[in-house]
Design a protein around this ligand. Structure first.
Ligand SMILES: NC(=O)c1ccc[n+]([C@@H]2O[C@H](COP(=O)([O-])OP(=O)(O)OC[C@H]3O[C@@H](n4cnc5c(N)ncnc54)[C@H](OP(=O)(O)O)[C@@H]3O)[C@@H](O)[C@H]2O)c1
Length: 312
């Protein structure tokens, strides 16, 4: 039999109602952190398991759900502290909301120019291509979120919805759509007429590069999915297309896709989204690359870069 004392790391409305201890009819090596969370939630259902962060008393590190008390170093009369992470929302739900923004905003601005520019816009081929590309990209991301990605997290704090959505709803949604579907890029505008931006070879080359990058990005997402058996959170070394050169080819291909849109349009709005997105992915790629090397040591392929082949 095990009894674990529980205390709140910070006072709060939910942590005030914590049980002083939880008892199990099992040994230390048979009780998991998730069992402790479930026992706390059983006493106070509002404090559901994904809201709780458990740590060893005097430490701030979150204890993983799947580990047993013995594995995390809990001894006979140890105490665990619990923190309230606040209201949670499904991990997938946040991504679905993020990508839904551009999927609503682009059609609105493309099909209702009177509302946004005060009159009709005769769309150029470039505008039609960008519209098709953006819709393809975000529908693909929705489908990948729902049917391909095997995330290791179940939930995240609710407030993240706003922070995460701002990037897509404002930059690749409102800003990009408003700039590109404006009269500046319309069929008879001097920015288009008689320029390379209405040359079919140039436009098709840019769209070809975009499609190549999108399909390559999809391929890397399928590789990552196949690394993780369903229902697990295991991590393995990805191999194959793109991964022989960099740890995060999915980010590399995403960047190539938006480079194609930026070059095709010559738009500052597309360039801004490119800079912010690529900058963010480069930071993540650096961390992921370092973590791969730390986790897999000598087994990790030497010479593989983080995101840009042979460079970074
Ligand atoms: N344009 C932009 O501004 C921008 C910015 C960021 C992302 N994106 C797009 O969004 C896509 C997804 O981004 P992300 O940051 O979520 O990508 P990610 O971290 O590479 O993750 C993609 C999926 O693969 C899993 N995974 C990653 N490495 C794994 C491994 N070694 N073994 C097993 N599973 C692994 C992840 O699980 P976990 O849940 O465990 O991480 C996640 O489910 C990107 O590829 C890109 O196309 C675009």
């Amino acid at each position: 039999m095990v009894t674990v004392a529980i205390s709140a790391s910070k006072p709060g409305s939910l942590t005030r109602k914590l049980p002083e201890a939880v008892t199990f009819d099992k040994p230390l090596d048979a009780v998991t952190i998730l069992d402790v969370k479930k026992a706390i939630a059983a006493k106070n259902p509002k404090f559901y398991t994904s809201r709780q962060k458990l740590s060893l008393k005097g430490d701030n590190k979150a204890l993983p759900d799947g580990k047993t008390l013995k594995e995390v170093g809990v001894t006979g009369n140890a105490e665990l502290s619990v923190k309230d992470l606040g209201p949670q929302i499904g991990w997938k739900t946040v991504f679905v909301i993020e990508y839904a923004g551009p999927l609503v905003i682009h059609p609105l601005i493309y099909y209702l120019p009177q509302l946004f520019y005060g009159g009709p816009v005769q769309h150029s081929t470039l505008q039609t291509y960008v519209y098709a590309g953006v819709m393809f990209h975000f529908i693909k991301r929705e489908l990948e979120t729902l049917f391909i990605h095997r995330f290791s997290h179940g939930t995240m704090p609710f407030r993240n919805v706003f922070k995460n959505s701002a990037h897509y709803h404002l930059l690749s949604g409102l800003l990009l759509a408003y700039a590109i579907y404006s009269p500046t890029y319309s069929a008879n505008s001097p920015w288009i007429r008689g320029t390379i931006r209405e040359n079919p070879t140039f436009l098709m080359s840019c769209m070809g590069a975009f499609l190549f990058a999108e399909l390559s990005n999809l391929s890397t997402h399928l590789t990552l999915r196949n690394l993780r058996p369903a229902g697990t959170t295991t991590r393995a070394i990805p191999m194959g297309y793109g991964f022989s050169l960099v740890s995060c080819p999915n980010y590399l291909f995403e960047t190539i896709a938006w480079t194609a849109i930026t070059v095709m349009t010559g738009s500052w709005a597309a360039a801004l989204f490119w800079v912010v997105g690529t900058g963010q992915m480069a930071v993540w790629a650096k961390d992921k690359h370092r973590n791969y090397k730390k986790q897999f040591g000598d087994k990790y392929p030497r010479g593989r870069k983080a995101m840009f082949p042979f460079v970074f």
